[in-house]
Design a protein around this ligand. Structure first.
Ligand code: ADP
Ligand code: MG
Length: 389
């Protein structure tokens, strides 16, 4: 796989697949621009090399015509232009006459952003089913293809996999390289002791990760709602806490196989998920919801984290959408931020809440890819990477 710094892009017309799939509020304001900011390194590098730059991205899922109003990249073009302090030419279609004209007349250092690639999903899922003609069309727009969209690297779409098949030259951009440079050591040979900390809600989504990391990790600390599936598997009362019934057998099997799994020893509980009247308990009653890890659990987890050289974290420690139940997640951030370790955070909600709590600079790496980071750590092969080999 070629790295961007190892190919000659000087004065060329480059197509960069970026990940501008940012969250928007009801008024179409960008809630979190981290993914746009993370793509600036590659864009600025291409500007320095005097390139003409064509940017492709999707934004959300496009299922009906009305999605065109709420999933337009126009707001992103405006924001990108502000961040770069430079004009970004926005074309309000991802393919067609307007695109051809703008691209034909580009000057050096011009930046063009095409409309949401998934608008073409309205014409028979052309983007998401990796349509050959569409792939060839996008490939024909430039001379070099740079894949810098880590968030979609686990998908086989026309704008990442398709296009890569038909361009003369291709390479990975700085954002994708940074993700791989941070994840590969964890997957292949982490500095030991290696501690994995997991939370969130559904065990079934994370079975692959637990299975793949079980042999590599020295300990797996489990908090969040995920812990209740494991506690139930051990025969503990979990009250009304969220449980993933279909994963109880898996949890039993893992607990029988290894003693690496460390579970909560106390809980922040309430008798209603949206109540702020919480109680700290060592054992739950049948009416309790376990909504966060308790102070003894935080202290227990701390002992494992402090002796680690590498930490991988996926999944919030509690129901963090309610501020009352953010303490466990925040304390874990605080503990890790004080340690001299390699610390990597993966998962959409996990990254969002670590950033939201103010720890964006306190980890070695916070992944920009939700599903992509989880598939990578599961050890799956990713189509967006395979095609670049
Ligand atoms: P990620 O996207 O990082 O992989 P998940 O999607 O697996 O993370 O989990 C995030 C969700 O888990 C959040 O919505 C959070 O509120 C929820 N969660 C974590 N712990 C609890 C709990 N004890 N009770 C209810 N929900 C929880
Ligand atoms: Mg999630």
């Amino acid at each position: 796989m070629k790295r961007i710094e190892n190919i000659d892009i000087k004065n060329k017309k480059v197509i960069i697949r970026v990940d501008f799939n940012v969250p928007l509020d009801k008024n179409l304001n960008i809630i979190d621009d981290n993914r746009i900011k993370q793509s600036l390194k590659t864009i600025n590098y291409c500007l320095d090399k005097n390139c003409k730059i064509i940017l492709l991205s999707h934004l959300g899922k496009v299922k009906t015509i009305s999605d065109k109003k709420t999933k337009s990249l126009k707001v992103v073009a405006k924001h990108l232009s502000k961040l770069l302090n430079k004009e970004v030419i926005f074309v309000d279609e991802p393919r067609g006459e307007k695109v051809n004209n703008v691209v034909k007349n580009m000057k050096d250092k011009d930046i063009v952003l095409l409309e949401n690639t998934r608008f073409l999903d309205l014409e028979g899922m052309l983007e998401s089913n990796c349509d050959e003609n569409l792939s060839k069309y996008w490939a024909s727009l430039g001379e070099v293809f740079i894949n810098d969209a880590f968030g979609t690297i686990h998908r086989s779409h026309a704008s990442n996999v398709g296009i890569a098949k038909y361009v003369k030259e291709k390479c990975l951009g700085f954002l994708v390289l940074k993700e791989l440079d941070n994840f590969m050591p964890i997957i292949n040979n982490p500095d030991k002791p290696f501690t994995v900390i997991m939370g969130g809600a559904k065990v079934s989504d994370k079975i692959g990760i637990i299975t793949n990391l079980l042999n590599k990790a020295d300990n797996i600390l489990i908090g969040g709602a995920m812990a209740y599936t494991f506690l139930k598997a051990k025969g503990k009362e979990i009250g009304k806490s969220i449980v993933d019934e279909e994963s109880i057998d898996f949890a039993k099997e893992i607990l029988n196989k290894t003693n690496k799994i460390i579970l909560p020893i106390d809980h922040i509980t309430a008798t209603n998920m949206d109540s702020n009247n919480y109680v700290i308990k060592n054992e739950l009653n049948k009416d309790d919801y376990g909504l966060d890890i308790g102070p003894k659990t935080i202290a227990l987890f701390r002992t494992y984290l402090e002796k680690s050289k590498t930490i991988f974290w996926n999944g919030p420690m509690g129901y963090y959408e309610n501020k009352t139940y953010q303490t466990g997640t925040k304390e874990i951030c605080e503990i890790i931020s004080k340690l001299n370790v390699i610390s990597v955070v993966g998962g959409g909600d996990s990254a969002a809440c670590v950033i939201d709590l103010g720890y964006i600079d306190k980890f070695t790496h916070i992944s920009t890819g939700g599903g992509a980071s989880l598939e990578l750590i599961e050890g799956k092969s990713l189509p967006g990477l395979e095609v670049m080999k």
